[in-house]
Design a protein around this ligand. Structure first.
Ligand SMILES: Nc1ncnc2c1ncn2[C@@H]1O[C@H](COP(=O)(O)OP(=O)(O)O)[C@@H](O)[C@H]1O
Ligand SMILES: [Mg+2]
Length: 142
């Protein structure tokens, strides 16, 4: 089983994916770490804590990992729903109360603008809608 865990930054992807992976004895994949290791985090801005990702290259890397892995995987990334549907069994979308989310993002030291953008993404359910549009089997977790 390949389960992707997506959602606006701060909604609890890492918390949930690590916990479920431990509980179900799945392998946990930290996509950001993997991208960093493969020099695929581009234009990384330390101060703003932002970066760009070449989604095509990310997909190539993840598909290689999925096809050669014999393990069940939890894939943790707000971009994992860009993977073609055929590689993914289930997509969990993390959702979070807006007040709580704001608190978490402030604690992370995100800029005002970045906090606003992420809160808007959460309000408009961007991850959920994109995942449904890409025909993933979607469940939400709040
Ligand atoms: N279900 C939860 N219960 C308690 N704390 C949580 C929960 N989900 C997330 N958190 C906390 O919120 C913060 C952000 O969660 P994280 O998993 O890092 O989000 P994401 O990976 O989506 O950016 C972390 O400090 C985490 O411990
Ligand atoms: Mg995370």
């Amino acid at each position: 089983m390949i389960i992707i865990v997506i959602g606006t930054p701060g909604t609890g992807k890492t918390y949930l994916a690590k916990k479920l992976a431990r509980y179900l004895n799945y392998q946990y994949i930290d996509v950001k770490k993997l991208l960093k290791k493969n020099n695929l985090l581009i234009n990384y801005d330390f101060k703003a804590k932002t970066y760009d990702v070449d989604v095509k290259k990310m997909n190539k890397l993840l598909i290689a990992l999925i096809t050669k892995s014999k393990n069940n995987l939890f894939i943790d990334s707000h971009l994992a729903h860009y993977l073609p549907k055929k590689y993914v069994n289930l997509c969990i979308v993390c959702k979070c109360d807006l007040k709580e989310l704001k608190k978490r993002l402030v604690k992370r030291g995100y800029s005002k603008q970045k906090i606003r953008e992420n809160l808007d993404a959460e309000i408009f359910d961007v991850c959920y809608i994109e995942a449904v549009e890409r025909k993933h089997k979607v469940v939400t977790y709040k």
